[in-house]
Design a binder for this molecule. Structure first.
Ligand code: CAA
Length: 248
């Protein structure tokens, strides 16, 4: 069987790195795509994935810029072959209450967290459909399901990802392409570490399992959805949040 090519945006980030490792362990050629400007983090990432040899490589991408994104994916496909698996894990926060939120803080979060999903999916969906296989996983958030104080921008973008996921899932369901979202709760990442300690402790106190999630606990779910054998799961959202938000 040919080796699947996986593209992970936000690939050198807290969740992205772990997702890259899991996909590589499952035999995929993985491209961790992230901002070129994160050079310091990229150097750490290279060390963290050194043991994977050439099966995980870095490629610069700006998911917020449609043309740059299209170009980057074209270049990735030229180098590694067509993208079979796309994981959208690129995301930013600009937390503040709405009364203080600037239009820039609003539009930055919408452009990266939701616009980025459009930009990358738009670049790969045609090829996946033509080839009759594709796996798209969008990393949303529990805060897209519950809303979070100080996150009108982020919660709106993450909730928007669910609508996008379901709509695209319908469009490509007959083409062998699945589109799902995973909604992580609070995990041990730099993004969560940046929350004020008192606020973070209050959040952790409300997680039924009593701790933050590990990035690997998100990554294994993503890996599961990306398997060739997961073709009957589409348009779904899988919450992985330690019981922080329960629904049925
Ligand atoms: N619930 C209720 N009240 C809160 C509150 C909360 N979570 N957070 C702050 N407040 C209160 C404060 O006590 C303060 O009250 P007073 O005015 O009476 O003093 C008031 O609200 C603060 O209002 P401000 O307008 O000053 O708030 P702010 O603009 O400074 O921002 C905040 C506050 C820093 C955004 C803070 O609410 C916060 O940290 N919220 C949590 C954000 C969060 O969870 N981010 C997640 C990042 S990680 C992530 O996003 C990953 C993922 O997907 C899970």
């Amino acid at each position: 069987m040919t080796q699947r090519v996986a593209l992970v945006t936000g690939g050198i980030g807290g969740l992205g790195t772990e997702i890259c490792k899991h996909l590589a362990r499952s035999g995929r050629q993985v491209v961790a795509a992230d901002l070129a400007s994160r050079a310091e983090r990229e150097a750490e990432f290279e060390k963290e994935v050194a043991a994977f040899g050439g099966t995980i490589t870095f490629h610069a991408i700006d998911v917020g810029d449609f043309d740059a994104c299209t170009q980057a994916i074209k270049s990735i496909e030229g180098k590694y072959g067509a993208v079979d698996i796309l994981v959208n894990a690129a995301g930013i926060t600009r937390d503040t209450t709405l009364r203080k939120m600037s239009p820039q803080q609003w539009s930055d979060v919408l452009a990266i967290n939701l616009g980025g999903v459009f930009n990358t999916c738009r670049a790969v969906v045609e090829g996946m459909s033509e080839r009759g296989f594709g796996r798209i996983v969008n990393i949303s958030s529990v805060n897209g399901q519950t809303g979070q104080f100080g996150q009108t921008n982020y919660s709106a973008a993450k909730a928007g990802m669910h609508g996008f996921t379901m709509a695209l899932a319908r469009e490509v369901a007959r083409k062998g392409v699945t589109v799902n979202s995973v909604s992580p709760g609070y995990c041990r990442t730099a993004m969560v570490a940046a929350i004020a300690e008192n606020v973070r402790n209050q959040i952790i106190a409300n997680i039924p399992v009593g701790r933050l999630g590990e990035p690997s606990e998100i990554a294994r779910v993503v890996d599961f959805l990306c398997a060739d054998e997961s073709g009957f799961i589409t348009g779904a959202n899988i919450p992985v949040n330690g019981g922080y938000f329960m629904d049925f």
